[in-house]
Design a protein around this ligand. Structure first.
Ligand SMILES: [Zn+2]
Length: 175
């Protein structure tokens, strides 16, 4: 379920296919080992993120991407100010995708679909086995709408010490 969320793409770079399941809050930082804390990740991002917190990893990823685009590191005071906006917007994107993944995993029809087909696969079975079984029916699943793209979560912009943050709006809150 987690691997095929976000249309089977890594939630961090939103480019490569998911190959692994990552804990957003690392286990080493007492992150929960349950689906509320799991996202699809590519191998490179999972290795790169390692035990880092979300913001630190997204900042590093955004910095690397930008350095690649520029062909040089965006150093200097102006570069750093400019990088902050770049990092903030990358962080907003990742947070929005993580919220969307949570919504997908909370979708009961979607989890029923997975459970009906893969109830016999265990949490401790290797990921390659999961992929080998789940991948072939992913097309069928998409045709039926599972995994389907969830409606975008309602987000609000707040300001903090780190700059702008996008926060999900609780569903019971009236606009
Ligand atoms: Zn990635």
């Amino acid at each position: 379920m987690v691997l095929l969320a976000n249309m089977g793409r890594c939630v961090y770079c939103d480019r490569d296919s998911s190959a692994e399941v990552d804990h957003v809050v690392p286990l080493s930082a007492n992150g929960a080992d349950d689906r509320r804390n799991l996202v699809p990740a590519c191998r490179e991002c999972n290795l790169g993120k390692s035990d880092k917190g979300l913001f630190v990893w997204v900042a590093e990823l955004a910095y690397r991407e930008r350095a690649k685009e520029c062909g040089a590191s965006p150093h200097g005071p102006n570069g750093l100010v400019w990088m902050r906006d770049y990092i903030d917007s990358a962080f907003d994107g990742v947070q929005a995708r993580i919220e969307a993944v949570k919504a997908e995993l909370d979708d009961e029809a979607r989890s029923t679909w997975f459970f009906d087909r893969y109830w016999w696969l265990g949490k401790n079975d290797p990921v390659w086995l999961w992929r080998a079984w789940v991948e072939p029916s992913a097309a069928e699943a998409r045709a039926k709408g599972y995994p389907k793209l969830p409606p975008p979560p309602r987000m609000r912009i707040t300001r903090s010490r780190l700059g702008q943050l996008l926060e999900p709006v609780p569903p019971d809150e009236t606009p």
